[in-house]
Design a protein around this ligand. Structure first.
Ligand code: SAM
Length: 358
């Protein structure tokens, strides 16, 4: 069965409320336009990718294949080889698709980014155990300068891998991030009427890629990016300080999304983008409860992450099995959310939205 069937191709004007969010590169044909595989920029006619039957990857759960994958991953020398292989594959895919991975990394590591650490770091933080595992081939997981310096190139690479026939990274971003924002828009229009989005929280913001898309989408909102890695936040803050000025600066907060310490009912939109596949199920449940607490009545949660329908082994992360086995929609309802809806926003990723009842 096909994983999903693309709808038709259509030209997309821009991703935000009347503003273009990312620079356009020329397409293969040399035109300054972007071809986006989706129905229409008009959210009222938004058509998601068609869904097939819900299937988990065969290597998750209690199957013989999952036991083999589990055994391979727990055998440290072999896992190191797998990690090394996964990392090399990412870098070489990136550079083949014109993402200057090593150049981007070098520039950051040779910059003044280090000064941002003490400005952003919360020394009181207690890291959850799961967070101290190696991730993405970095022995210190997300708690390292190398992981932080490579994060944006890695995001670009993963995006182009999701849309392999895109002619540029920008085009892949237009599809992956554009459809995610459109799913949020659709949910807001359907369930929040005309209420204005004043405060946005991006939990697990990493180096701020998702946060910048949200800030462009909601230019009058106060946008906060929150993450457990002070290194990632230092990069986000450094890029903001040295990047194009925006009217409303994004605020970066070093905290655990499971227990942020931020005031209750203080946000209209909480986004959790590409975070949950890195988390054990217990942390996911805590993140959902915390998002529910932080949202105002009528507020919206938007989660985007790997679709359980993808049969591709997407990475060597330690909690993928738990991620695929958790019924996310059910967990969201149990946390109190209503209007829980899922759409496949690109061939690999789903966006799940929900509302806090009034
Ligand atoms: C793949 S990155 C997210 C990327 C980003 N949201 C985007 O869409 O470009 C996952 C992030 O989740 C963060 N994270 C994981 N567990 C967290 C938690 N409990 N609280 C806050 N951040 C967490 C990690 O530090 C990492 O930066």
């Amino acid at each position: 069965m096909a994983l999903c069937t693309p709808t038709h191709y259509a030209k997309l004007g821009n991703l935000s409320n009347g503003r273009s969010t990312i620079s356009r590169n020329s397409t293969r044909q040399g035109q300054r336009s972007v071809i986006v595989r989706m129905a229409s920029p008009d959210v009222s006619t938004f058509k998601p990718y068609e869904e097939g039957e819900l299937e988990r990857p065969r290597w998750t759960g209690e199957t013989p294949l999952s036991r083999v994958v589990g055994a391979l991953i727990s055998f440290k020398p072999l896992y190191s080889v797998m990690k090394f292989g996964a990392r090399q594959a990412l870098i070489s895919t990136a550079e083949k698709t014109n993402i200057p991975w090593r150049q981007m990394t070098k520039e950051l590591l040779e910059s003044e980014v280090y000064k941002e650490l003490e400005r952003v770091q919360n020394l009181e933080i207690v890291y959850p155990d799961y967070y101290l595992n190696p991730f993405h081939a970095y022995d210190e997981g997300n708690l390292s300068w190398l992981a932080a310096a490579e994060a944006e190139a890695a995001t670009m690479s993963i995006t182009i891998r999701a849309i392999p026939d895109a002619s540029s990274v920008d085009e892949a971003f237009e599809i992956v991030r554009g459809n995610w924002l459109r799913a949020i828009d659709k949910h807001l229009q359907q369930y929040c009427g005309n209420s204005t989005v004043r405060d946005v929280l991006d939990i697990g913001c990493s180096v701020g890629v998702s946060t910048k898309f949200l800030a462009d989408k909601f230019p009058s909102a106060n946008v906060t990016g929150l993450d457990l890695s002070p290194y990632f936040l230092a990069v986000a803050q450094f890029k903001q300080r040295n990047g194009p000025k925006r009217e409303k600066q994004i605020k970066w907060v070093h905290a655990n999304g499971e227990n942020t310490g931020l005031p209750s009912s203080s946000f209209d939109l909480v986004s959790i983008a590409y975070v949950l596949h890195e988390c054990p199920a217990k942390a996911t449940v805590n993140l959902l409860k915390e998002a529910f607490r932080l949202l105002r009545p009528g507020g919206t949660i938007a989660i985007t992450d790997n679709s359980p329908k993808s049969k591709k082994l997407q990475s060597t992360e330690p909690f993928l099995d738990e991620y695929y086995l958790l019924d996310l929609e059910d967990a969201m309802r149990q946390a109190g959310f209503t209007h829980v809806e899922t759409v496949l926003t690109d061939p690999r990723h789903r966006t799940v939205t929900g509302t806090v009842p009034r």
